[in-house]
Design a protein. Structure first.
Length: 279
């Protein structure tokens, strides 16, 4: 069926009729009246554009019957004013001037009111009407910052625990080692260096510079003067033990002293050579 064309006179009559009607949906009527006025003021326009021509009967019917025509209310909205129990949650004394409303439930369980104020036009109220607090961007950022801080604190605590465990291990290993060297007097120094964060290798090198260490392995200094290889503590102690076993085997306990053993080490004498000389 062909659409009926409206004349300027008919357009003007409808504009006047719209303006005279005072209804709760005033914003819709005003918008439509503005469109009609704009069309009527065109000097050579004999009819409304199709989109306005199709809307006018629907709005006129809505005004007359008090109900909106199909297609005007947005999907999911309830026609009419906002119920009292909802608008009071927004500290309002009455419903806003709207054609429809709906309640939006957010992922976090909070709820907000959205109202339709015209064709395709809507507004959402930010306040929560569920009793839960809506997380704003600021609170989300704050939560994220707190989570990052908590993660950093946990990482720092784990790192501190790992460092403490390593320190205890270093202290235990070096304490046992230097006790075997006969240098139990350096245990306090070992603890001090370990607590300061020194590694096992660093502590070992530092202890080698102490008077106690140099006195314990004094023969190495003599060997160095003679261009002989400096012995490691294990090599040094093993060589000492081999000398003492030979001396004790021959009953020469008078020579089983630190001074004599030191001389044997300094002269790079083997245990076999010592045994040959004695026998």
């Amino acid at each position: 069926m062909a659409t009926k064309k409206l004349t300027k006179k008919e357009l003007t009559a409808q504009r006047i009729a719209l303006q005279e009607r005072n209804v709760e949906r005033q914003s819709i009527i005003d918008a439509q009246a503005a469109a009609i006025t704009a069309a009527a003021n065109q000097p050579y326009l004999e009819e409304l554009p199709p989109k306005f021509e199709a809307d006018i009967p629907a709005y006129l019917k809505a005004v007359e019957t008090g109900r909106l025509a199909p297609g005007i209310l947005k999907e999911g909205f309830t026609e009419g004013l906002v119920p009292e129990d909802i608008y009071k949650k927004l500290n309002m004394t009455s419903s806003p001037d709207v054609v429809g409303w709906r309640v939006i439930t957010n992922p976090d369980g909070t709820q907000q009111l959205e109202v339709q104020t015209g064709i395709g036009a809507s507004q959402t109220y930010g306040a929560d009407i569920s009793g839960k607090k809506i997380n704003s961007k600021q609170s989300q950022i704050a939560n994220l910052t707190n989570q990052q801080t908590a993660a950093a604190n946990i990482a720092a605590a784990n790192a501190a625990a790992a460092a403490e465990s390593q320190r205890r291990s270093i202290i235990a290993i070096l304490t046992d080692r230097f006790n075997k060297y006969g240098l139990g007097s350096l245990v306090a120094k070992i603890r001090e260096l370990a607590i300061d964060g020194a590694t096992e290798a660093t502590i070992t090198l530092a202890l080698q510079e102490t008077p106690e260490y140099q006195q314990r392995f004094a023969a190495n200094a003599e060997r160095l003067k003679k261009n002989l290889q400096v012995l490691s503590p294990v090599e040094y102690i093993n060589l000492e033990d081999s000398y003492r076993q030979v001396l004790r085997a021959y009953g020469l306990i008078q020579f089983d002293t630190d001074d004599y053993v030191r001389q044997f080490v300094a002269n790079d004498m083997s245990a076999a050579e010592l045994s040959d000389r004695i026998s």
